[in-house]
Design a protein around this ligand. Structure first.
Ligand code: F6P
Length: 362
């Protein structure tokens, strides 16, 4: 065991269900197993830029947070501290705040910091590690697109939310003989769309990894109609890859609606125009990031939190916890950065979907 006495915990990037469960598990393990002090660093790494905003986490202060969505520490997906935008003399300049962060970590007495976040946050953690901060990483994202871990916590809860929404849209789609388009998150990966689509029994699934042709989707829907199946559920990933027929409109739509809805509305309009059927579009948006974590995510988060503390205890810095098969293991943080995990269009999950008649529009 090392002589570490005080550790920091930070949550960075977009929030996701299970963050509080990691904070709770790491804090409890640090206090109960090792008698360490734990400092909660607020709003990503802002609490190391302004250390007065950081606060001690105690058994009392983390009580009851296991089922809560979000993060009690706050988070941000803006303001990389290594390239921080500040206004000086009326001009915006970019500053590297590493020296300030290192100095404040020292002032707070931090011997190590657990950084919970997705690829962007882990890349910042890796850079700080290379500059001397003792960092261990915990992967998170509802997108499940980190290649270093089989699963990220938050993904399962997002799947539950999306599947529940698809279930609900089924009955209204069927009653009105409509096409229901559901846009889900996932950035440039189609995991949420593919798995929620499968779980919800969607008829069409459009994901970034498979280029589609809208005409093929329309033909599929019209054939269903012909067979008496007058409604269709279409799950659309926000990062879809349209063929040349829709590409320009998609780029334009994304410029007009950069936050959400570009993909779903584009597909909805195109399907309505070509099939002449009634279409409604639902953009699930940030609903997918909220809510209480599922039991799976609570347990995975707890395992990750405890293992992160164990890594610190063993002095294994620059590492990130990861689920490999059934085991939680340590991998180099570098492995988590850059290499995105995307759906394999030739993989088992897509093959299964095709086998049961799901249309990918290709
Ligand atoms: O990476 C998680 C995620 O929820 C993506 O699925 C989505 O594209 C993005 O974050 C949304 O980010 P923001 O909260 O900045 O709108």
């Amino acid at each position: 065991m090392t002589d570490t006495k005080t550790i920091g915990i930070s949550t960075g990037g977009g929030d996701c269900p299970g963050l509080n469960a990691v904070i709770r598990a790491a804090t409890r393990a640090a206090i109960l197993q090792y008698g360490w002090r734990v400092i909660g660093i607020t709003d990503g790494l802002d609490g190391l830029i302004w250390p007065e905003r950081s606060r001690e986490l105690t058994m009392d202060s983390i009580s009851g947070i296991l089922p809560r969505g979000g993060t009690i520490l706050g988070t941000t997906n803006r303001g990389n501290p290594l390239r921080y935008k500040v206004t000086e003399n009326g001009c915006e300049v970019v500053r590297d705040l590493t020296p300030q962060i290192m100095e404040n970590a020292r002032k707070l007495g931090l011997d190590a910091v657990i950084i919970i976040g997705g690829d962007g946050t882990q890349a910042i953690g890796l850079e700080l590690f290379r500059r001397g901060l003792k960092v261990v990483g915990v992967p998170k994202t509802i997108d499940n697109d980190l290649s270093a871990t089989d699963v990220t916590f938050g993904f399962d809860t997002a799947l539950h939310t999306c599947t529940d929404a698809i279930d609900k849209l089924f009955s209204t789609a069927e009653s009105h003989h409509r096409i229901m388009v559901v846009e889900v998150m996932g950035r440039d990966a189609g995991w949420i769309a593919l798995q929620a689509g499968l779980a919800g029994g969607a008829h069409v699934i459009l994901i970034p990894e498979i280029q589609f042709n809208i005409r093929k989707v329309c033909d599929f829907i019209l054939q269903r109609d012909h067979r008496g199946r007058k409604f269709t559920i279409v799950v659309v990933a926000e990062g879809i890859r349209p063929g040349s027929d829709l590409r320009a409109s998609y780029e334009q739509e994304k410029r007009m609606y950069p936050r959400a809805g570009a993909a779903g509305n584009l597909i909805g309009d195109a399907l309505g125009m070509h099939t002449k059927k009634d279409v409604r579009v639902t953009v699930l948006g940030h609903v997918q990031r909220g809510g209480s974590p599922s039991p799976f995510d609570r347990i995975l988060s707890t395992r990750f939190g405890v293992e992160a503390v164990e890594l610190i205890a063993r002095g294994e810095f620059g590492k990130m916890v990861a689920l490999r098969g059934r085991r939680v293991e340590a991998v180099d943080i570098a492995e988590a950065c850059g290499a995105m995990k995307r759906v394999n269009p030739g993989g088992e999950m897509v093959r299964i979907a095709r086998a049961i008649g799901v249309c990918f529009g290709d």
